[in-house]
Design a protein around this ligand. Structure first.
Ligand SMILES: C[S@@+](CC[C@H](N)C(=O)[O-])C[C@H]1O[C@@H](n2cnc3c(N)ncnc32)[C@H](O)[C@@H]1O
Length: 380
């Protein structure tokens, strides 16, 4: 986090700390994962409302934020393995790893498995990301909230399976296990599949829709909050619907029953392949997925959509995409965002639309991140 933003949040922490809360994690302050554990959860919500009112001033007044369970909510945790430690990076520095035995943000089953993996893999050589020597770079745990299925993935630096018997006693507790190969210099925990040790995917279930989650596929980090957001999106969808930045099709498939048709547009080929598989598995026949840049797609299409859903990356939408959405003149735009600043800028640029519903969701308790959802309707 940039120094200026950190200072801003530190001031808000001082204001909302009140009597303070006892951090429930012994690594708090050292580990860079959480910022607000010393602020009681009700006050974290107030802090986020104030933050949103500062960022969104002149656009909308925010009165509340939908709360989450304050911990054990995360679907995914990427634990670095370096310098004889397994854990998360120290707050404010890339060079140090905090040795973490368990993380209270992780869901119960994946946290238990992580504890066992730490011990079982203690003899496996870790990776030094400063000298670029060694083998095991990351242990990634993913857990589907509503099915309880657990996946463990190992990101390694060379094309070999050194795990062998080390996993023998743990594989039964896993629904999926894979090795991913990152032999490059970049510190990425998303990497091509090298070997499937067990099954290769887990399944999450949102109402009646089932989603396949593969080692590299994106899925929202807090399923309870994501499901609430998707239900709200569903209540706004009507007619021919365009879902820009559709990822593995989570929103497209969820809203299909309210739409005449849904077109999901996503740049990642791997995500589109999973989206198509998810569509077949759920026997949904009014959804198509197109693998292309949102900008390329939208410049070719005219006036064909009643509803446009957008859930862009943190950087928001390209101004040309916004311009083209304005030209398409859909009756409504549903904007889901993980970055209030780019959300604000994009909403200002959508001049012919007004916000008719707005909600903020606490997708990431203990951290400064916030998700927002707005329904925009055409002014004329
Ligand atoms: C925040 S995720 C949204 C995923 C999905 N809506 C969901 O809820 O699972 C943003 C998605 O936008 C995709 N993306 C990024 N840039 C894009 C572009 N220029 N055109 C199309 N998709 C893009 C990313 O690959 C990613 O899947």
């Amino acid at each position: 986090m940039k120094k200026k933003k950190r200072k801003f949040f530190n001031e808000l922490i001082e204001k909302y700390k009140g009597e303070g809360a006892v951090p429930f994690c012994r690594y708090f302050g050292d580990c860079g994962g959480c910022l607000f554990q010393n602020v009681p959860y009700e006050n974290q919500l107030k802090l986020k409302v104030e933050y949103l009112n500062i960022i969104l001033e002149g656009l909308i007044e925010v009165n509340s934020i939908v709360p989450s369970v304050p911990f054990m909510y995360r679907n995914r945790m990427d634990m670095v393995t370096a310098f004889g430690k397994k854990g998360l990076r120290r707050s404010g520095t890339y060079r140090h790893v905090v040795d973490i035995e368990s993380c209270p943000l992780m869901q119960g089953k994946s946290s238990e498995v992580y504890g066992k993996l730490r011990l079982a893999l203690s003899k496996i050589e870790d990776y030094n990301y400063l000298t670029h020597e060694g083998y095991l770079r990351y242990i990634i745990l993913r857990q589907a909230r509503f099915t309880g299925e657990v996946m463990a993935n190992f990101v390694v630096a060379s094309p070999e399976d050194r795990f062998g018997f080390a996993l023998m006693d743990i594989l039964d507790e896993l629904d999926s296990c894979s090795i991913l190969l990152n032999s490059g210099l970049g510190d990425l925990s998303i990497a091509p599949l090298f070997k499937t040790i067990k099954k290769g995917f887990i399944t999450e279930s949102f109402d009646e829709i089932e989603y396949m989650i593969t080692p590299n596929s994106f899925f929202q980090s807090n399923s309870e909050i994501a499901l609430k957001m998707y239900r709200e999106i569903l209540s706004y969808v009507k007619g021919r619907t365009l879902d820009l930045y559709s990822g593995v099709g989570s929103i497209s498939l969820f809203v299909a029953k309210a739409a005449d048709s849904v077109t999901g547009v996503e740049i990642s080929q791997e995500s589109v392949a999973i989206a198509e598989e998810n569509r077949e598995n759920n026997s949904i026949d009014n959804v198509e997925f197109i693998c292309t840049d949102a900008m390329e797609f939208i410049k070719e299409h005219k006036g064909e959509y009643d509803t446009v859903i957008v859930d862009p990356p943190r950087s928001g939408m390209h101004p040309k995409v916004i311009g083209r959405i304005e030209e398409l003149r859909p009756e409504r735009i549903i904007y889901m965002s993980c970055n209030p600043s780019t959300f604000r800028d994009d909403l200002h640029a959508l001049e012919n639309y007004k916000i008719t519903h707005f909600a903020a969701y606490d997708m990431f308790p203990q951290t400064p991140h916030i998700e927002t959802l707005a329904l925009l309707e055409r002014k004329i």
